[in-house]
Design a protein around this ligand. Sequence first.
Ligand SMILES: [Zn+2]
Length: 306
Amino acid sequence: MHGLGECQSGDPRPAAQVAREVVDRRDAHRAIAVSAAGLGVAGLIELAIAALGGSVGLLSDALHNLADVSTSLVVFLGLRVSRRPASASHPFGWERAEDVAGLGVALAIWVSAAFAAYLSVHKLFIHGTTTDVGWGIVAAAVGVLGNQVVARYKLRVGRRIQSATLVADAQHSWLDALSSAGAMIGLIGVAVGWSWADAVAGLLVTGFICHVGYEVTSELVRHLMDAVEPRVIEAAAAAAAGVDGVEHVHVRARWMGRTLLVEVDGYVTRATTVAAAEVTGRAVEAAVRDAVPEARAVRFSVRPFD
Ligand SMILES: [Zn+2]
C-alpha cells in the first residue's frame, strides 16, 4: 500500500517552461498583493471619512473595496495552506483550505451588503445629514484613482504573462472605479443641495457589493459541488480514446482547490499483459495532460473490454 503522491505521474513538461510558469505566477501574485494593499489603504481612508461625515455612499464603497481585498487575502491564505503536505489524517492534502476560508468571506460580504443597504434606506427615510462633504469627495476620488491605477497595473501584468484571471481582475477593478465614482457623484449632489443624493448613491453602491457577493458565492458553490466545464471531460476522453490499445474510456474530473483531478477508466482487451497495460496507462496520462493543460493529476485504471 502506498499514498496518493506516489501513484501520480511526475510533471513531464520541459524544465524551461516550468521555470517560466514559476516566474509568471510570482509576478501575478505580486500584482495581486500590491493591488490589494493599495485598495486596502483606499478603503480604510474612505471608511474613516465616512465615519466622520456620515456618508453612506462612501461607507458602502469602503465596504466594497475592503470586501475585494479580503477575497484576495483568501486566495493567498489558500495558497499557503494548500502547500502543506498530505498526512495520515489528510491524505488528499489541504487543497480545500481556500474554499473553507471563502465561506467566511462570502458571509462577511453579504453581512456588509445588508448593513450598507439598511443604513442607506434608513438615511433616505429619515433625511439624515451628511457633513464634511469636501473631505468625502476627496476620499471617493482616492477610491476612483486607486481602482484605476490598480486596473491598469493588473491589465499590464496580465497581458504580459497571458493570465486571463488577472485581466478579468483588471476589468473588475475598472468597474470598481465606477462604484467609487457613484459615491462621489452622490456627495457632489449633497454639495449642490440634494440631501437625498448620498442615500441613493449608498443604495447603488450596495448593488456593487451584492455583485461581488454573488460572484464569490457562485464560484464557491461550484467548487464545493465539484463542478467542472464539460469541455474538460470531452477533451480528456477524446485524448485517452486516441491512445493505441485503448478500446473504450470513461472519464470523470473534479476540482480539489486549485488542482484538477482527472480519472480515466481505460478498457483494454483481456489478452493485454499487465506490462502493456502499464505502458498504455502512461501514454493515456501524457495524452490527457496535453489535451487538458490544467490537469494536475491524471489517474488511470485498467478495465477489461468484452
Ligand atoms: Zn469590486
